[in-house]
Write a protein that binds this ligand. Structure first.
Ligand code: 26Y
Length: 778
């Protein structure tokens, strides 16, 4: 759609250099004859941002004229990482080198924008990149948290959390829009009123907070399309608490005003179970209300009534976190636009689609009714009304099956009444999608079985993907150059399918040598990082075996560590001649544990305790090392993934909705050791099981295994390694007791014991392939 015409600002090194110096002098306010790396980084970012703004304006103007259907992606989390990337890296590097600066060094000045937890949040970022590249008229909406995901500090092997006050040094990429701001209301009461002779409801709020927009332009690759990620920050509203002023309580009135800002202060760092917290509900409504006001305003700029709304607006719900937007849109249509219930509902049904990222029913959001009633009284009325209509419709279809009716109701009855947010999302969306085929099957047969039986046509799946622009082009420049050289084109950077043409060259020994050279460079980079972070020196001749992701019991980092202990135990018990055959390994684990997740924190400590023993055992030396990489985030991933030989995706089958890390590793020429879970099933079909190390129970075998006494399924090796931990071989005997309890005494819910033998076998297979030079170590 967009041809790559030049903007007003040029991209050649001379023009860039002039702009950088201009920003040094007039924006950063330093002398252009003396500025440091950080100031140079600021000026560089601002110069690139200027170019983004130009493209952004062109994009907005183009779409304003065309008035296409716009895609609005609503998400409470985005993990953008650092953003210093616009396809003009080389020109920037040259401009900087003439000024005596190194591009890579400046890029390191930038911290990550860590406004999310894990997979869901990084997927949002990858999707924004793809939407821009594929010329979609898309907008992302979210929250501009002042504190992003906590920084993980390791002290004596224990995780500690530190605040990530990422805005301390400013964020040169964003554009503050003080004029784009909307009031967001909370609390209060609902009254009946009459407008134009018709009865309607009026919500009289108890608190109003202002949402101010911060725009983050996102450039597409090979196009001028530059879309917007609009993040809202809370500011005190002008008309707030007049009464306190009148009664003379000036100081308190100001203090209360300031409290408004807390709404967008901090990201919730737990992605396991939803707890009905007032602040979280306020965050959700705050960002959704501001976004909808913005979207409706944009629509009304061009359209006189709401008939065309579903043809012009698509609202994508990234999990249930933004689902309160359903009740909010209904409220806007009913109470503010004064449309009838029938008409509002007709519009509403056509605009929402809902992506779920969850496998476990217990991870689904529920909001206590009392909380809802207090914070959003009008929305609760609307949800009740939607539910009433839904229940009536359902009764007509299935009759008086009250058990099923109560399962499907949006309102959960019981000691504590709750709103089931997923049920609301399904009832009101035209499409519900899972994030892999396996996930879709689970949705149909377990998680949303009742709903699937009612509306099979609503359900579908879109298997997750990741963008090669970040996970090869930015993170692995040497591999990027190699691929372009062998394909004779850079078109794969836009169209990933073109990568399959590399197959034609796969057996070419020159390509293989170059590939291994690239891997070596990346391993070297990773080894240096490991030494700086943990003081452990690792051998480049060893297999780098990596598991990096959030720490969860279902992801089974514990299985990995127990496997390492087994390997260590075997080496210790070997004769000298046998040891010569051992494939040297560097086992790398990284990831953050949710701050309140005790078992996950114990897993981190165990990793450190085992590492301490192994890494200091001269008898084992380079044959085995174990390292924990602290504070895993997008930037660390960019360094770790290209330097890996083997990566582990070993969740208990049926627990990982999709998984996206595996795709990033694959792109970087790293083999997978994995269970047949989530998207791995589709990867198996794509690349063949013979090119992977697949192990463990399959999804459909899990229920029966759980029925059996799982301690009976555990092999002797498993019992032995758990006993080593229990008996204090690695110290901290008391501390690890609870952790050992999770996998023993018939409790092993995630089935580490029953998968252990096949896990070891897959690992053994990995060693054999390495020895034969099939794993890229020739
Ligand atoms: C409600 C709150 C507690 C909550 C916050 C964050 C609940 C869930 C989440 C995040 C979930 C998440 O990251 N899910 C992951 O989404 C990825 C992208 O679809 C999947 O690849 C991955 O399997 C899934 O665990």
């Amino acid at each position: 759609m967009f041809e790559l015409m030049d903007g007003f600002l040029k991209n050649d090194p001379d023009s860039l250099q002039k702009d950088i110096l201009h920003h040094v002098e007039y924006t950063v306010a330093r002398s252009r004859f003396s500025f440091d790396d950080f100031e140079a980084y600021q000026a560089l970012s601002l110069s690139v941002r200027d170019r983004l703004i130009e493209r952004w304006h062109d994009t907005q103007q183009y779409f304003k004229k065309k008035d296409p259907k716009r895609l609005y992606f609503l998400s409470l989390e985005f993990l953008m990482g650092n953003v210093i990337n616009l396809g003009i890296r080389d020109q920037c590097a040259e401009a900087l080198s003439q000024l005596g600066f190194e591009y890579e060094v400046l890029a390191e000045q930038e911290g990550d924008a860590a406004l999310g937890n894990g997979g869901l949040a990084r997927l949002s970022a990858c999707q924004m990149d793809s939407l821009a590249t594929l010329d979609y008229p898309a907008w992302g909406y979210g929250l501009r948290y002042q504190y992003g995901l906590f920084r993980q500090i390791i002290l004596d092997g224990f995780q500690h959390e530190q605040p990530d006050y990422w805005l301390n040094f400013g964020n040169p990429w964003e554009i503050e829009r003080v004029h784009v701001s909307y009031p967001v209301k909370f609390y209060g009461t609902v009254k009946e009123d009459t407008v134009n002779g018709k009865k309607c409801k009026v919500w009289i709020p108890g608190e109003t907070v202002e949402a101010v927009a911060y725009d983050n332009p996102i450039p597409g690759y090979g196009t001028r399309n530059t879309i917007n990620l609009r993040l809202w920050a809370a500011k005190p509203s002008d008309g707030y608490d007049i009464e306190s002023y009148n009664t003379g309580d000036y100081i308190n009135a100001i203090v209360n005003r300031q409290k408004a800002e807390t709404i967008s202060n901090v990201l919730y760092p737990d992605d396991r179970t939803y707890q009905g917290k007032e602040l979280r509900l306020k965050q959700q409504y705050f960002f959704v209300s501001a976004s909808l006001q913005d979207i409706v305003r944009r629509f009304k700029d061009v359209h006189g009534n709401f008939d065309d709304f579903p043809d012009k607006v698509a609202l994508q719900l990234n999990d249930t976190h933004p689902s309160i937007s359903i009740a909010e849109l209904m409220r806007v249509l009913l109470d503010e636009e004064h449309l009838s219930w029938k008409k509002s509902w007709h519009i509403l049904k056509q605009v929402f689609s809902f992506t779920t990222h969850t496998v476990l029913p217990e991870a689904l959001e529920k909001v206590p009714i009392d909380l809802f009633q207090n914070v959003l009284p009008r929305h609760l009325q609307i949800i009740y009304e939607i539910n009433f209509a839904f229940m009536e419709e359902l009764k007509r279809k299935i009759g008086q099956d009250y058990v099923r009716l109560s399962r499907m109701s949006i309102v959960e009855e019981g000691a504590v009444k709750n709103i089931r947010v997923a049920n609301l999302s399904i009832v009101c969306s035209h499409t519900v999608n899972g994030v892999s085929r396996a996930h879709y099957e689970l949705l149909k047969t377990r998680v949303f079985k009742d709903f699937y039986e009612l509306w099979p046509e609503k359900f579908q799946y879109k298997t997750n993907g990741v963008t090669q622009r970040r996970w090869i082009v930015v993170s692995n420049p040497s591999l990027c150059a190699l691929i372009s050289k062998w394909l004779g084109t850079e078109s794969w950077i836009r169209d990933i399918d073109i990568l399959t043409r590399l197959r034609e060259h796969a057996s070419n020994s020159d390509l293989q040598k170059e590939w291994m050279m690239v891997k070596k460079i990346n391993k070297q980079r990773l080894a240096e990082y490991i030494e700086t972070m943990s003081g452990v020196k690792v051998s480049l001749d060893a297999m780098f075996d990596v598991q990096v992701k959030r720490i969860h019991e279902y992801k089974r980092q514990l299985l990995n560590i127990l496997g390492v202990i087994h390997r260590y135990d075997c080496i210790k018990n070997m004769e000298k001649t046998e040891r010569e055959k051992v494939v040297p390994r560097v086992c790398i684990i990284g990831g953050k544990a949710p701050p309140g997740y005790e078992i996950a924190k114990k897993i981190i400590k165990l990793c450190h305790a085992v590492a301490e023993t192994i890494n200091n055992d001269d008898d084992v030396g380079d044959l085995l090392k174990l390292v924990f990489i602290p504070d895993y985030n997008v930037s660390v991933a960019e360094l770790v993934i290209p330097g890996s030989d083997l990566s582990q995706h070993i969740s208990t089958a049926g627990h990982e909705a999709s998984g996206t890390g595996s795709m990033k590793f694959l792109m970087n020429g790293c083999l997978l050791l994995a269970t047949a879970d989530g998207s791995t099933n589709e990867i198996i079909e794509e690349i063949g099981e013979e090119n992977m190390f697949i192990f463990g129970a399959k999804i459909n075998e899990i229920p029966a295994l759980r029925e059996k006494d799982s301690s009976n399924n555990a092999p002797l090796q498993f019992v032995r390694v758990v006993r080593m931990v229990r008996d204090g071989y690695f110290g901290f005997k008391d501390y690890f007791k609870l952790l050992c309890d999770t996998v023993e005494n018939g409790k092993d819910f995630y089935l580490l014991g029953s998968d252990f033998a096949s896990y070891l076998e897959a690992q053994f297979h990995g060693d054999a392939c390495w020895q034969n030079g099939m794993l890229g170590n020739t």
